[in-house]
Design a protein around this ligand. Structure first.
Ligand code: SAT
Ligand code: MN
Length: 580
Protein backbone atom coordinates (compact mmCIF):
# COMPACT_ATOMS: atom_id res chain seq x y z
CA UNK A 1 0.00 0.00 0.00
CA UNK A 2 1.30 3.45 -0.77
CA UNK A 3 1.48 5.74 2.23
CA UNK A 4 0.18 9.28 2.20
CA UNK A 5 3.74 10.30 3.02
CA UNK A 6 4.84 9.08 -0.41
CA UNK A 7 3.69 12.39 -1.87
CA UNK A 8 5.97 14.16 0.59
CA UNK A 9 8.85 11.74 0.09
CA UNK A 10 8.81 12.09 -3.65
CA UNK A 11 8.66 15.89 -3.41
CA UNK A 12 11.67 15.85 -1.06
CA UNK A 13 13.56 13.63 -3.53
CA UNK A 14 12.62 15.91 -6.41
CA UNK A 15 13.85 18.97 -4.52
CA UNK A 16 17.07 17.19 -3.55
CA UNK A 17 17.72 16.32 -7.18
CA UNK A 18 17.29 19.96 -8.12
CA UNK A 19 19.17 21.60 -5.25
CA UNK A 20 21.90 18.93 -4.69
CA UNK A 21 22.36 19.14 -0.91
CA UNK A 22 25.17 17.20 0.81
CA UNK A 23 22.72 15.79 3.36
CA UNK A 24 19.01 15.68 4.16
CA UNK A 25 17.77 16.13 7.72
CA UNK A 26 14.12 15.45 8.63
CA UNK A 27 13.27 17.66 11.61
CA UNK A 28 11.52 15.99 14.52
CA UNK A 29 11.32 19.05 16.75
CA UNK A 30 13.02 17.50 19.79
CA UNK A 31 15.09 19.27 22.42
CA UNK A 32 18.18 17.25 21.41
CA UNK A 33 17.79 18.32 17.80
CA UNK A 34 17.45 21.94 18.87
CA UNK A 35 20.68 21.77 20.91
CA UNK A 36 22.54 20.16 18.02
CA UNK A 37 21.42 22.85 15.60
CA UNK A 38 22.31 25.62 18.04
CA UNK A 39 25.77 24.17 18.56
CA UNK A 40 26.27 24.00 14.78
CA UNK A 41 25.19 27.61 14.30
CA UNK A 42 27.35 28.84 17.18
CA UNK A 43 30.34 27.04 15.64
CA UNK A 44 29.62 28.68 12.29
CA UNK A 45 29.13 32.11 13.87
CA UNK A 46 25.48 32.29 12.79
CA UNK A 47 24.32 32.46 16.40
CA UNK A 48 26.13 34.28 19.18
CA UNK A 49 25.30 33.13 22.73
CA UNK A 50 24.08 35.99 24.92
CA UNK A 51 24.87 36.47 28.61
CA UNK A 52 23.95 33.08 30.17
CA UNK A 53 23.32 34.63 33.62
CA UNK A 54 20.81 37.25 32.51
CA UNK A 55 19.55 35.51 29.33
CA UNK A 56 19.95 31.73 29.56
CA UNK A 57 19.62 29.91 26.23
CA UNK A 58 19.27 33.16 24.30
CA UNK A 59 21.14 33.90 21.09
CA UNK A 60 21.84 36.80 18.78
CA UNK A 61 21.70 36.42 15.02
CA UNK A 62 23.15 39.13 12.79
CA UNK A 63 21.64 38.98 9.34
CA UNK A 64 23.28 40.18 6.18
CA UNK A 65 22.97 44.01 6.36
CA UNK A 66 20.96 44.06 3.12
CA UNK A 67 18.51 41.42 4.38
CA UNK A 68 16.61 43.00 7.24
CA UNK A 69 12.95 43.26 6.21
CA UNK A 70 10.27 41.96 3.91
CA UNK A 71 10.73 42.83 0.25
CA UNK A 72 7.31 43.58 -1.19
CA UNK A 73 8.64 44.47 -4.65
CA UNK A 74 10.19 40.98 -4.92
CA UNK A 75 7.12 39.13 -3.59
CA UNK A 76 4.82 37.64 -6.23
CA UNK A 77 1.51 35.85 -6.45
CA UNK A 78 1.62 33.54 -9.47
CA UNK A 79 -1.91 32.63 -10.52
CA UNK A 80 -3.00 31.48 -13.99
CA UNK A 81 -4.99 34.69 -14.46
CA UNK A 82 -3.37 37.99 -13.47
CA UNK A 83 -6.76 39.33 -12.37
CA UNK A 84 -6.98 36.70 -9.65
CA UNK A 85 -3.87 38.16 -8.00
CA UNK A 86 -5.26 41.68 -8.45
CA UNK A 87 -3.68 45.14 -8.41
CA UNK A 88 -2.74 44.61 -4.75
CA UNK A 89 -0.14 41.97 -5.70
CA UNK A 90 2.83 41.70 -7.99
CA UNK A 91 1.97 38.97 -10.45
CA UNK A 92 4.05 36.64 -12.53
CA UNK A 93 2.83 34.00 -14.95
CA UNK A 94 3.33 30.60 -13.20
CA UNK A 95 5.41 28.93 -15.94
CA UNK A 96 7.74 31.93 -16.10
CA UNK A 97 8.03 32.02 -12.31
CA UNK A 98 8.76 28.29 -12.16
CA UNK A 99 11.49 28.60 -14.80
CA UNK A 100 13.07 31.51 -12.95
CA UNK A 101 12.98 29.74 -9.60
CA UNK A 102 14.18 26.38 -10.93
CA UNK A 103 17.22 28.14 -12.39
CA UNK A 104 17.96 29.79 -9.03
CA UNK A 105 17.43 26.60 -7.01
CA UNK A 106 19.53 24.42 -9.35
CA UNK A 107 22.47 23.14 -7.29
CA UNK A 108 22.01 25.89 -4.67
CA UNK A 109 22.34 23.51 -1.69
CA UNK A 110 25.70 22.03 -2.70
CA UNK A 111 27.85 21.85 0.41
CA UNK A 112 24.81 22.44 2.62
CA UNK A 113 22.31 20.36 4.57
CA UNK A 114 18.72 20.40 3.42
CA UNK A 115 16.27 20.47 6.33
CA UNK A 116 12.76 19.09 5.92
CA UNK A 117 10.52 20.90 8.40
CA UNK A 118 6.97 19.53 8.87
CA UNK A 119 4.80 22.01 10.74
CA UNK A 120 1.23 22.60 11.79
CA UNK A 121 -0.33 26.07 11.80
CA UNK A 122 -2.77 26.04 14.72
CA UNK A 123 -3.41 23.62 17.57
CA UNK A 124 -2.37 20.16 16.43
CA UNK A 125 -5.86 18.73 17.13
CA UNK A 126 -7.93 21.58 15.68
CA UNK A 127 -10.05 21.03 12.56
CA UNK A 128 -9.19 24.63 11.66
CA UNK A 129 -5.41 24.04 11.60
CA UNK A 130 -3.48 23.44 8.39
CA UNK A 131 -0.14 21.73 7.86
CA UNK A 132 2.82 22.52 5.71
CA UNK A 133 6.35 21.36 5.04
CA UNK A 134 9.20 23.81 4.57
CA UNK A 135 12.38 22.63 2.95
CA UNK A 136 15.23 25.01 3.77
CA UNK A 137 19.01 25.14 3.84
CA UNK A 138 19.05 27.56 6.76
CA UNK A 139 19.38 26.19 10.30
CA UNK A 140 18.38 29.69 11.55
CA UNK A 141 15.06 29.25 9.75
CA UNK A 142 14.63 25.81 11.36
CA UNK A 143 15.31 27.25 14.82
CA UNK A 144 12.76 30.02 14.26
CA UNK A 145 10.15 27.68 12.77
CA UNK A 146 10.51 25.48 15.85
CA UNK A 147 9.40 28.42 17.99
CA UNK A 148 6.84 29.95 15.64
CA UNK A 149 4.95 26.77 14.65
CA UNK A 150 4.07 23.34 16.04
CA UNK A 151 6.99 21.77 14.25
CA UNK A 152 8.19 18.15 13.99
CA UNK A 153 6.83 14.66 14.53
CA UNK A 154 3.20 15.48 15.58
CA UNK A 155 2.82 17.65 12.47
CA UNK A 156 4.27 14.87 10.30
CA UNK A 157 1.77 12.43 11.80
CA UNK A 158 -1.09 14.79 10.94
CA UNK A 159 0.25 15.17 7.39
CA UNK A 160 0.32 11.39 7.09
CA UNK A 161 -3.31 11.28 8.24
CA UNK A 162 -4.54 14.09 5.98
CA UNK A 163 -2.28 13.73 2.96
CA UNK A 164 -2.66 17.47 2.22
CA UNK A 165 -0.09 20.10 3.05
CA UNK A 166 1.36 23.36 1.76
CA UNK A 167 4.79 22.92 0.19
CA UNK A 168 7.41 25.59 0.87
CA UNK A 169 10.88 25.57 -0.63
CA UNK A 170 13.41 28.02 0.72
CA UNK A 171 17.10 28.67 0.16
CA UNK A 172 19.14 31.58 1.40
CA UNK A 173 20.99 31.33 -1.90
CA UNK A 174 23.74 33.95 -1.97
CA UNK A 175 21.71 36.52 0.04
CA UNK A 176 22.03 38.70 -3.02
CA UNK A 177 19.20 41.27 -3.32
CA UNK A 178 19.53 40.91 -7.10
CA UNK A 179 18.78 37.19 -6.83
CA UNK A 180 15.88 37.31 -4.35
CA UNK A 181 12.27 36.29 -4.98
CA UNK A 182 9.36 35.23 -2.79
CA UNK A 183 6.90 33.38 -5.03
CA UNK A 184 3.45 32.08 -4.18
CA UNK A 185 1.51 29.58 -6.30
CA UNK A 186 -1.84 29.42 -4.46
CA UNK A 187 -3.37 27.12 -7.08
CA UNK A 188 -0.59 24.62 -6.33
CA UNK A 189 -0.44 25.29 -2.56
CA UNK A 190 3.24 26.02 -3.16
CA UNK A 191 5.67 28.69 -1.93
CA UNK A 192 9.20 29.24 -3.24
CA UNK A 193 11.54 31.69 -1.60
CA UNK A 194 15.13 32.37 -2.62
CA UNK A 195 17.87 34.73 -1.50
CA UNK A 196 16.70 35.98 1.90
CA UNK A 197 16.95 34.65 5.45
CA UNK A 198 14.71 37.34 6.99
CA UNK A 199 11.53 36.44 8.93
CA UNK A 200 8.60 37.14 6.65
CA UNK A 201 10.61 36.13 3.56
CA UNK A 202 12.02 32.90 4.98
CA UNK A 203 9.86 31.52 7.81
CA UNK A 204 7.38 30.27 5.26
CA UNK A 205 4.73 29.20 7.79
CA UNK A 206 4.17 32.83 8.71
CA UNK A 207 3.18 35.43 6.11
CA UNK A 208 3.62 33.18 3.05
CA UNK A 209 1.52 30.25 4.28
CA UNK A 210 -0.65 31.54 7.14
CA UNK A 211 -1.68 34.67 5.21
CA UNK A 212 -1.05 34.59 1.44
CA UNK A 213 -1.81 30.92 0.75
CA UNK A 214 -4.28 30.57 3.64
CA UNK A 215 -6.29 33.62 2.53
CA UNK A 216 -6.74 31.90 -0.83
CA UNK A 217 -7.79 28.61 0.82
CA UNK A 218 -10.04 30.54 3.23
CA UNK A 219 -11.97 32.10 0.38
CA UNK A 220 -12.50 28.69 -1.23
CA UNK A 221 -13.52 27.09 2.07
CA UNK A 222 -15.55 29.88 3.70
CA UNK A 223 -13.29 31.30 6.40
CA UNK A 224 -10.87 34.22 6.85
CA UNK A 225 -7.07 34.33 7.28
CA UNK A 226 -6.22 37.71 8.76
CA UNK A 227 -3.30 39.87 9.93
CA UNK A 228 -4.75 40.23 13.42
CA UNK A 229 -3.84 39.81 17.05
CA UNK A 230 -6.28 38.00 19.33
CA UNK A 231 -6.84 38.95 22.99
CA UNK A 232 -9.21 38.07 25.79
CA UNK A 233 -10.29 41.00 27.97
CA UNK A 234 -11.39 39.92 31.42
CA UNK A 235 -13.45 42.37 33.50
CA UNK A 236 -13.51 42.54 37.31
CA UNK A 237 -16.61 40.31 37.30
CA UNK A 238 -14.51 37.58 35.70
CA UNK A 239 -16.15 37.66 32.24
CA UNK A 240 -13.81 37.44 29.25
CA UNK A 241 -14.54 38.87 25.81
CA UNK A 242 -12.27 38.11 22.88
CA UNK A 243 -11.41 40.64 20.21
CA UNK A 244 -9.31 40.40 17.05
CA UNK A 245 -7.45 43.48 15.83
CA UNK A 246 -5.75 44.25 12.52
CA UNK A 247 -2.88 46.75 12.37
CA UNK A 248 -0.10 46.94 9.79
CA UNK A 249 3.34 45.54 10.70
CA UNK A 250 5.17 47.41 13.46
CA UNK A 251 2.07 49.37 14.62
CA UNK A 252 1.81 47.84 18.08
CA UNK A 253 -0.02 44.52 17.64
CA UNK A 254 2.37 42.78 20.03
CA UNK A 255 1.96 45.56 22.62
CA UNK A 256 -1.84 45.42 22.46
CA UNK A 257 -1.77 41.62 22.59
CA UNK A 258 0.18 41.75 25.88
CA UNK A 259 -1.46 44.83 27.39
CA UNK A 260 -1.16 45.40 31.14
CA UNK A 261 -4.16 47.34 32.49
CA UNK A 262 -3.41 50.72 34.13
CA UNK A 263 -3.34 50.98 37.93
CA UNK A 264 -6.75 52.67 37.85
CA UNK A 265 -8.22 49.37 36.60
CA UNK A 266 -7.74 46.71 39.29
CA UNK A 267 -9.46 43.43 38.45
CA UNK A 268 -9.04 43.85 34.70
CA UNK A 269 -6.80 41.39 32.86
CA UNK A 270 -5.78 40.94 29.24
CA UNK A 271 -5.04 37.42 27.97
CA UNK A 272 -2.82 36.84 24.95
CA UNK A 273 -4.05 34.38 22.32
CA UNK A 274 -1.97 35.70 19.41
CA UNK A 275 -0.07 38.79 18.29
CA UNK A 276 0.02 38.67 14.49
CA UNK A 277 -2.17 36.18 12.62
CA UNK A 278 -5.74 35.04 13.15
CA UNK A 279 -7.81 32.42 11.35
CA UNK A 280 -11.53 33.08 11.72
CA UNK A 281 -14.24 30.44 11.19
CA UNK A 282 -18.01 30.56 11.50
CA UNK A 283 -18.85 28.38 14.51
CA UNK A 284 -21.82 26.11 15.12
CA UNK A 285 -23.60 28.83 17.10
CA UNK A 286 -23.40 31.44 14.31
CA UNK A 287 -20.55 33.30 15.95
CA UNK A 288 -17.05 33.82 14.57
CA UNK A 289 -14.29 31.73 16.22
CA UNK A 290 -10.58 32.54 16.10
CA UNK A 291 -7.45 30.46 16.31
CA UNK A 292 -3.88 31.73 16.32
CA UNK A 293 -2.06 29.57 13.76
CA UNK A 294 1.31 30.46 15.31
CA UNK A 295 2.92 29.33 18.54
CA UNK A 296 5.45 32.12 19.03
CA UNK A 297 6.04 35.83 18.65
CA UNK A 298 8.30 37.43 16.04
CA UNK A 299 8.10 40.89 17.55
CA UNK A 300 9.75 44.23 16.86
CA UNK A 301 12.38 44.90 19.54
CA UNK A 302 12.93 48.71 19.44
CA UNK A 303 10.57 50.56 21.75
CA UNK A 304 9.88 47.46 23.86
CA UNK A 305 10.61 48.14 27.52
CA UNK A 306 9.38 47.41 31.03
CA UNK A 307 7.28 50.56 30.71
CA UNK A 308 5.75 49.93 27.29
CA UNK A 309 5.40 46.13 27.41
CA UNK A 310 6.48 44.45 30.64
CA UNK A 311 5.00 41.13 29.54
CA UNK A 312 7.23 41.08 26.46
CA UNK A 313 10.33 41.80 28.54
CA UNK A 314 9.37 39.02 30.98
CA UNK A 315 8.80 36.68 28.02
CA UNK A 316 12.28 37.40 26.69
CA UNK A 317 14.34 36.38 29.73
CA UNK A 318 15.27 32.95 28.36
CA UNK A 319 15.08 30.72 25.27
CA UNK A 320 14.77 33.57 22.77
CA UNK A 321 16.46 34.39 19.47
CA UNK A 322 17.27 38.05 18.89
CA UNK A 323 17.89 39.21 15.34
CA UNK A 324 19.80 42.42 14.54
CA UNK A 325 19.69 43.93 18.03
CA UNK A 326 22.68 45.61 19.69
CA UNK A 327 24.52 44.22 22.74
CA UNK A 328 25.81 45.75 25.96
CA UNK A 329 29.38 45.32 27.20
CA UNK A 330 28.26 42.33 29.29
CA UNK A 331 26.57 40.78 26.28
CA UNK A 332 22.94 41.47 27.02
CA UNK A 333 20.60 42.26 24.10
CA UNK A 334 19.88 45.96 23.76
CA UNK A 335 17.77 48.23 21.57
CA UNK A 336 16.61 51.83 21.45
CA UNK A 337 13.91 52.42 24.05
CA UNK A 338 14.91 49.48 26.28
CA UNK A 339 16.98 51.42 28.83
CA UNK A 340 19.32 54.38 29.26
CA UNK A 341 22.36 52.16 29.05
CA UNK A 342 25.02 52.54 26.42
CA UNK A 343 25.31 49.65 23.95
CA UNK A 344 28.78 48.30 23.21
CA UNK A 345 28.18 46.81 19.72
CA UNK A 346 25.60 47.75 17.14
CA UNK A 347 23.45 45.35 15.12
CA UNK A 348 26.23 44.83 12.60
CA UNK A 349 28.74 43.98 15.32
CA UNK A 350 30.61 47.30 15.05
CA UNK A 351 31.63 49.29 18.12
CA UNK A 352 28.62 51.49 18.74
CA UNK A 353 28.94 54.91 17.17
CA UNK A 354 25.82 57.10 16.99
CA UNK A 355 27.16 58.41 13.69
CA UNK A 356 26.29 55.01 12.19
CA UNK A 357 22.61 55.38 13.11
CA UNK A 358 20.61 53.42 15.68
CA UNK A 359 22.43 50.66 17.57
CA UNK A 360 19.65 48.13 16.93
CA UNK A 361 18.16 47.92 13.46
CA UNK A 362 14.70 49.61 13.51
CA UNK A 363 13.21 46.28 12.36
CA UNK A 364 15.27 44.14 14.75
CA UNK A 365 13.21 41.28 16.15
CA UNK A 366 12.83 38.70 18.86
CA UNK A 367 11.55 35.17 18.35
CA UNK A 368 10.11 33.51 21.42
CA UNK A 369 7.50 30.91 22.37
CA UNK A 370 4.13 32.37 23.29
CA UNK A 371 4.04 29.96 26.22
CA UNK A 372 6.67 32.05 28.01
CA UNK A 373 4.42 35.10 28.06
CA UNK A 374 2.91 35.86 31.50
CA UNK A 375 -0.41 36.78 29.85
CA UNK A 376 -0.54 33.63 27.67
CA UNK A 377 -3.85 31.80 27.94
CA UNK A 378 -4.28 28.06 27.36
CA UNK A 379 -7.28 29.08 25.23
CA UNK A 380 -4.63 29.52 22.49
CA UNK A 381 -4.56 25.71 22.37
CA UNK A 382 -8.35 25.34 22.28
CA UNK A 383 -9.09 23.38 19.09
CA UNK A 384 -12.47 25.15 18.76
CA UNK A 385 -10.88 28.62 18.95
CA UNK A 386 -12.25 31.55 20.95
CA UNK A 387 -15.51 33.40 20.14
CA UNK A 388 -14.93 36.91 18.78
CA UNK A 389 -17.10 39.77 20.11
CA UNK A 390 -15.42 42.61 18.21
CA UNK A 391 -13.10 43.18 15.28
CA UNK A 392 -10.85 46.22 15.47
CA UNK A 393 -9.09 47.89 12.56
CA UNK A 394 -6.38 50.45 13.12
CA UNK A 395 -3.51 52.32 11.61
CA UNK A 396 -0.87 54.90 12.33
CA UNK A 397 -2.49 58.25 11.48
CA UNK A 398 -1.08 61.43 12.97
CA UNK A 399 -4.11 63.48 11.95
CA UNK A 400 -7.83 63.25 11.10
CA UNK A 401 -8.73 59.76 12.38
CA UNK A 402 -10.31 59.79 15.88
CA UNK A 403 -9.20 57.61 18.79
CA UNK A 404 -12.06 55.17 18.25
CA UNK A 405 -15.28 54.81 16.30
CA UNK A 406 -17.70 51.99 15.68
CA UNK A 407 -19.00 51.02 12.26
CA UNK A 408 -22.75 51.32 11.76
CA UNK A 409 -23.17 47.68 10.74
CA UNK A 410 -21.23 44.83 9.09
CA UNK A 411 -21.22 46.33 5.59
CA UNK A 412 -20.03 49.68 6.85
CA UNK A 413 -17.42 47.82 8.91
CA UNK A 414 -16.10 46.11 5.80
CA UNK A 415 -15.79 49.53 4.16
CA UNK A 416 -13.96 50.83 7.25
CA UNK A 417 -11.51 47.90 7.01
CA UNK A 418 -11.10 48.25 3.26
CA UNK A 419 -10.40 52.00 3.68
CA UNK A 420 -7.73 51.59 6.33
CA UNK A 421 -4.56 53.58 5.83
CA UNK A 422 -1.35 53.82 7.79
CA UNK A 423 2.05 55.46 7.76
CA UNK A 424 4.65 52.93 6.52
CA UNK A 425 7.21 51.43 8.94
CA UNK A 426 10.61 49.70 8.84
CA UNK A 427 9.00 46.23 8.64
CA UNK A 428 9.29 46.40 4.86
CA UNK A 429 12.08 47.92 2.80
CA UNK A 430 11.16 51.31 1.31
CA UNK A 431 10.27 54.78 2.55
CA UNK A 432 9.08 55.06 6.16
CA UNK A 433 6.25 57.37 7.31
CA UNK A 434 4.30 57.65 4.06
CA UNK A 435 0.51 57.21 4.36
CA UNK A 436 -0.69 54.34 2.21
CA UNK A 437 -3.98 52.43 2.05
CA UNK A 438 -3.63 49.06 3.68
CA UNK A 439 -7.02 47.32 3.61
CA UNK A 440 -7.51 45.19 6.73
CA UNK A 441 -3.68 45.53 7.20
CA UNK A 442 -3.49 42.88 4.47
CA UNK A 443 -1.98 44.90 1.60
CA UNK A 444 1.27 42.92 1.66
CA UNK A 445 -0.39 39.63 2.60
CA UNK A 446 -3.66 39.00 0.76
CA UNK A 447 -2.97 36.18 -1.72
CA UNK A 448 -5.71 37.25 -4.15
CA UNK A 449 -7.50 40.21 -5.68
CA UNK A 450 -8.57 42.70 -2.99
CA UNK A 451 -11.87 43.28 -4.81
CA UNK A 452 -12.73 39.58 -4.35
CA UNK A 453 -11.45 39.76 -0.78
CA UNK A 454 -13.85 42.62 0.03
CA UNK A 455 -16.65 40.51 -1.42
CA UNK A 456 -15.58 37.57 0.74
CA UNK A 457 -15.65 39.77 3.84
CA UNK A 458 -19.13 41.04 2.93
CA UNK A 459 -20.38 37.45 2.59
CA UNK A 460 -19.93 36.91 6.33
CA UNK A 461 -22.85 39.24 6.86
CA UNK A 462 -24.96 36.28 5.68
CA UNK A 463 -22.79 33.43 6.91
CA UNK A 464 -23.03 34.48 10.58
CA UNK A 465 -26.11 34.97 12.70
CA UNK A 466 -24.24 36.63 15.57
CA UNK A 467 -21.88 39.08 13.91
CA UNK A 468 -18.99 40.68 15.77
CA UNK A 469 -19.17 44.47 15.92
CA UNK A 470 -16.51 46.35 13.95
CA UNK A 471 -14.44 49.26 15.30
CA UNK A 472 -11.59 51.48 14.14
CA UNK A 473 -8.91 52.82 16.49
CA UNK A 474 -5.98 55.20 16.14
CA UNK A 475 -3.46 55.43 18.99
CA UNK A 476 -1.13 57.65 16.97
CA UNK A 477 -2.78 61.08 16.76
CA UNK A 478 -0.34 63.97 17.23
CA UNK A 479 -0.77 67.60 18.20
CA UNK A 480 0.73 70.56 16.35
CA UNK A 481 4.09 70.04 18.14
CA UNK A 482 4.31 66.45 16.95
CA UNK A 483 3.56 65.02 20.41
CA UNK A 484 1.19 62.07 20.75
CA UNK A 485 -2.24 63.11 22.05
CA UNK A 486 -3.07 59.71 23.55
CA UNK A 487 -0.79 57.89 26.03
CA UNK A 488 -1.35 54.49 24.39
CA UNK A 489 0.01 51.17 25.72
CA UNK A 490 -1.81 50.11 28.95
CA UNK A 491 -4.21 53.03 28.68
CA UNK A 492 -5.56 51.53 25.45
CA UNK A 493 -7.55 49.26 27.78
CA UNK A 494 -9.91 52.21 28.31
CA UNK A 495 -10.82 52.07 24.64
CA UNK A 496 -11.20 48.28 24.75
CA UNK A 497 -13.45 48.77 27.79
CA UNK A 498 -15.75 51.03 25.75
CA UNK A 499 -15.70 48.55 22.86
CA UNK A 500 -16.79 45.70 25.16
CA UNK A 501 -19.47 47.89 26.73
CA UNK A 502 -20.82 48.57 23.22
CA UNK A 503 -20.84 44.84 22.47
CA UNK A 504 -22.86 44.31 25.66
CA UNK A 505 -25.29 47.14 24.77
CA UNK A 506 -24.29 48.92 27.97
CA UNK A 507 -23.40 52.37 26.57
CA UNK A 508 -24.77 54.72 23.97
CA UNK A 509 -22.74 56.64 21.41
CA UNK A 510 -22.67 59.79 19.35
CA UNK A 511 -23.80 59.18 15.80
CA UNK A 512 -21.55 60.91 13.25
CA UNK A 513 -21.15 60.58 9.47
CA UNK A 514 -18.15 58.24 9.92
CA UNK A 515 -19.72 56.00 12.57
CA UNK A 516 -20.49 55.92 16.30
CA UNK A 517 -18.10 57.71 18.64
CA UNK A 518 -17.92 57.50 22.45
CA UNK A 519 -19.73 60.12 24.46
CA UNK A 520 -17.04 61.84 26.49
CA UNK A 521 -18.58 60.63 29.76
CA UNK A 522 -18.62 56.99 28.63
CA UNK A 523 -14.84 56.76 28.32
CA UNK A 524 -13.30 55.70 31.62
CA UNK A 525 -10.52 58.28 31.89
CA UNK A 526 -9.88 58.07 35.64
CA UNK A 527 -6.24 59.02 36.20
CA UNK A 528 -5.90 60.71 32.80
CA UNK A 529 -7.34 64.06 33.91
CA UNK A 530 -4.14 65.75 32.68
CA UNK A 531 -5.14 65.03 29.09
CA UNK A 532 -7.57 67.96 29.32
CA UNK A 533 -8.48 69.31 25.90
CA UNK A 534 -6.69 66.52 24.06
CA UNK A 535 -9.71 64.27 24.63
CA UNK A 536 -11.92 66.64 22.65
CA UNK A 537 -9.43 66.56 19.77
CA UNK A 538 -9.21 62.77 19.91
CA UNK A 539 -12.99 62.46 19.64
CA UNK A 540 -13.64 65.18 17.05
CA UNK A 541 -14.81 64.47 13.50
CA UNK A 542 -13.43 66.96 11.00
CA UNK A 543 -16.13 66.73 8.32
CA UNK A 544 -14.16 68.67 5.73
CA UNK A 545 -11.09 66.50 6.20
CA UNK A 546 -13.23 63.36 6.05
CA UNK A 547 -14.80 64.52 2.81
CA UNK A 548 -11.30 64.56 1.32
CA UNK A 549 -10.55 61.20 2.91
CA UNK A 550 -13.79 59.73 1.49
CA UNK A 551 -12.87 60.99 -1.98
CA UNK A 552 -9.46 59.34 -1.67
CA UNK A 553 -11.11 56.11 -0.52
CA UNK A 554 -13.38 56.28 -3.56
CA UNK A 555 -10.37 56.64 -5.88
CA UNK A 556 -8.62 53.80 -4.13
CA UNK A 557 -11.60 51.46 -4.52
CA UNK A 558 -12.01 52.48 -8.15
CA UNK A 559 -8.43 51.28 -8.70
CA UNK A 560 -9.72 47.71 -8.30
CA UNK A 561 -12.13 48.17 -11.22
CA UNK A 562 -15.37 46.35 -11.88
CA UNK A 563 -14.59 43.49 -9.55
CA UNK A 564 -15.29 45.69 -6.52
CA UNK A 565 -18.64 44.48 -5.12
CA UNK A 566 -21.46 46.91 -5.84
CA UNK A 567 -22.49 46.63 -2.17
CA UNK A 568 -19.16 48.16 -1.16
CA UNK A 569 -19.44 50.94 -3.71
CA UNK A 570 -22.92 51.72 -2.45
CA UNK A 571 -21.67 51.75 1.11
CA UNK A 572 -19.03 54.24 0.04
CA UNK A 573 -21.66 56.43 -1.65
CA UNK A 574 -23.64 56.43 1.57
CA UNK A 575 -20.57 57.57 3.53
CA UNK A 576 -19.93 60.33 1.00
CA UNK A 577 -23.58 61.43 1.20
CA UNK A 578 -23.50 61.55 5.02
CA UNK A 579 -20.51 63.89 4.84
CA UNK A 580 -22.24 66.45 2.60
O1 SAT B 1 6.93 39.88 7.82
S1 SAT B 1 7.34 39.50 9.17
O2 SAT B 1 6.53 38.40 9.59
O3 SAT B 1 8.73 39.15 9.17
C1 SAT B 1 7.08 40.77 10.25
C2 SAT B 1 6.01 41.68 9.81
O4 SAT B 1 6.25 42.48 8.92
O5 SAT B 1 4.89 41.61 10.35
MN1 MN C 1 2.73 41.07 10.99
Amino acid sequence: MTSRLDVLNSWVQEVAQLTKPDAIHWCEGSEAERRELEALMVERGELLPLNPQTHPDCFLHRSHPSDVARVEHLTFVCTRHADDAGPNNHWMEPAQAHAKMDALFAGCMRGRTMYVVPYCMGPIDSPYSRCGVEITDSPYVVANMRIMTRMGSPALARIEREGRFVRGLHSIGELDPERRFIMHFPEELLIQSYGSGYGGNALLGKKCHALRIASWQAREEGWLAEHMLIVGIQNPEGQTHYVAAAFPSACGKTNLAMLIPPETHPGWKVWTVGDDICWLHPGPDGRLYAINPESGFFGVAPGTSRKTNRNAIDTLGHDAIFTNVAVTADNRPWWEGLSDEHPAKDWQGRDFDPANGPAAHPNSRFTVSMRQCPSFTPEADNPRGVPISAIIFGGRRESLVPLVFEARDWKHGVLVGASMASETTAAATGAVGVVRRDSMAMKPFCGYNFADYFGHWLSFGERLTRLPRIFHVNWFRKDADGKFLWPGFGDNLRVLQWIIARCKHEVGAVETPIGHLPRHEDLDLRGLEHLGEAVGKLLAVDTKGWRREADEIGEYLAGFGDRVPSELREEHSRLRARLC
